[in-house]
Design a protein around this ligand. Structure first.
Ligand code: IPM
Ligand code: MN
Length: 371
């Protein structure tokens, strides 16, 4: 986890309040299925470790948007910022909303609105048999991606000219600010120091993106000087895509822009055994942050019992860590790892259990103290 709780001066922060209120947004499709299981696991860990968690569900999804025209109520972000400790999301996306309006408002709205500039995505091989690469063991695939989460290609700046005609022009801008680039790079280095990682790799496409990605180059060189104990490394993103397949063991911490981080973490998910295991934390250190599996809403699997709830559970583990419950977080991760190794998992990762059977199994392991 990238962050530590803040100093005592910040003790009035909602993060540390008791109880810690968690907003649970299951969303659409399999988001609902996996959230039920992640909540089961949170309840198990809450009772084993006596955690002061209070979970509240918010029914904001495509159905509600189509019915009411509202994606998220006015003032919701202010409420989260001031009164909640964390937000947990299942997944968003529904074919009846082709422009993804509600998903954009809620998911990107929370990332941008709460200034959650770190998208922390661990890429970890929990069970050797799941790696698609020959001869790789868990120690070879154990890295963390720091994806910039508030600018880059995601700012939505652009427009069309002569739209719908043969002469149409579309412009879509990337935005990179010194503040934005510097803070994500610094967060990656700080994480490396705090977690005993020896190397930070920065990835861009500065050979083509001569202005925006050149800023990344300069910021990386400057921030690296503050961390003389950490090795640095750089790859253009195309070369990095190749290297991650050839030699994942050479990476510890990767820092990159919003869009490249999006793409590389799907590649990373494949190295772990698929999107069913890829977790993420959208963080602003010391502030209310948001946790979600990397996968989408996969509507065709909704309600079939086939969705893998483990990415949601590992995301819940990241949330527990952010809230200061490191031991509970580890208990969740260990229980998921054990379940995978015992083949107590869904078919996408080689098991025969249903979504809810996995939730029951992992919860039982937690309740029994991992025995
Ligand atoms: C992700 C997703 C989102 C993104 C989509 C749903 C907007 O792909 O979290 O990786 O591009 O960030
Ligand atoms: Mn993605």
């Amino acid at each position: 986890m990238p962050t530590e709780l803040e100093s005592p001066a910040e003790s009035s922060s909602p993060l540390k309040s008791s109880p810690q209120k968690i907003a649970v947004l299951p969303g659409d499709g399999v988001g609902v299925d996996v959230t039920v299981e992640a909540v089961k696991v949170l309840e198990a860990v809450k009772s084993r470790f006596q955690l002061p968690l209070e979970l509240h569900e918010f029914p904001w999804n495509a159905d509600r948007y189509l019915e009411t025209g509202e994606t998220m109520p006015d003032g919701a972000l202010d409420d989260f910022r001031d009164h909640w400790s964390a937000i947990f999301i299942g997944a968003y996306g529904d074919e009846r909303v082709p422009d993804m309006r509600h998903a954009r408002d809620i998911l990107l709205g929370i990332r941008f609105g709460l200034d959650l500039f770190i998208n922390f995505r661990p890429i970890k091989l929990y069970d050797e048999r799941l790696c698609p690469l020959k001869g790789k063991v868990p120690a070879d695939v154990d890295l963390a991606v720091f994806r910039e989460n508030t600018e880059g290609a995601y700012v939505g700046i652009g427009g069309n000219f002569k739209k719908g005609t043969p002469d149409e022009v579309a412009v879509q801008e990337e935005v990179h600010t010194r503040k934005g680039v510097e803070r994500i790079i610094r967060a990656a280095f700080e994480y490396a120091v705090a977690h005993g990682r020896s190397r930070v790799t920065m990835s861009d496409k500065s050979n083509v993106m001569r202005f925006g990605h050149d800023l990344w180059q300069r910021c990386f060189a400057e921030v690296a000087e503050e961390f003389p104990g950490i090795e640095t490394d750089h790859f253009y993103v195309d070369a990095l895509a190749m290297q991650l397949i050839r030699a994942p063991e050479r990476f510890d911490v990767i820092v990159t822009n919003n869009m490249f981080g999006d793409i590389l973490t799907d590649l990373g998910a494949a190295l772990q055994g698929g999107l069913g295991l890829a977790a993420s934390a959208n963080v602003n250190p010391g502030k209310v942050s948001m946790f979600e599996p990397v996968h989408g809403s996969a509507p065709k699997y909704a309600g079939t019992g086939r969705a893998n709830p483990m990415a949601a559970m590992i995301s819940a583990a990241l949330m527990l860590d952010h809230l200061g419950h490191g031991e509970a977080s580890k208990a969740v991760e260990d229980a998921v790892t054990q379940s995978l190794r015992e083949l107590k998992c869904t078919p996408d990762v080689g098991g025969e259990l249903s979504t809810s059977e996995v939730g029951d199994h992992v919860s039982r392991l937690i309740a029994e103290g991992g025995r």
